[in-house]
Write a protein of this length. Sequence first.
Length: 119
Amino acid sequence: MALAGAALACFIPEGVLAAAKASPEAKQEQNQPAGRLMIVRSANLGSAVVGVEIDGKQTARINFGGSYDAPLPAGHHVITVTPIPNREHAQPNKTQLDVQPGRTYKFTAARSDVAIVLR
């Protein structure tokens, strides 16, 4: 039986399995029109990694030379950035963003005193 189950699993498209595992919120977000969020990490941040949260959910960690580029559902969002590690105990910096369908929002994560901000 296990062998038959494994054989059937080979014939199920990967997209079908991913859709079956997706949460109701993820399915709802896929149906909404989206904008695009791009965050480029400033080179002068040294070894700090930029932690990115969107609406309170950790979304990305941007290393030296890296960036973040992904669709973002239309509507109001809160983008939070923090340095990792946060040795100087910088407060997270929050940016409010009202995303319009089809628009691209580009920010640079840069240092402001001990904090990281989006410009």
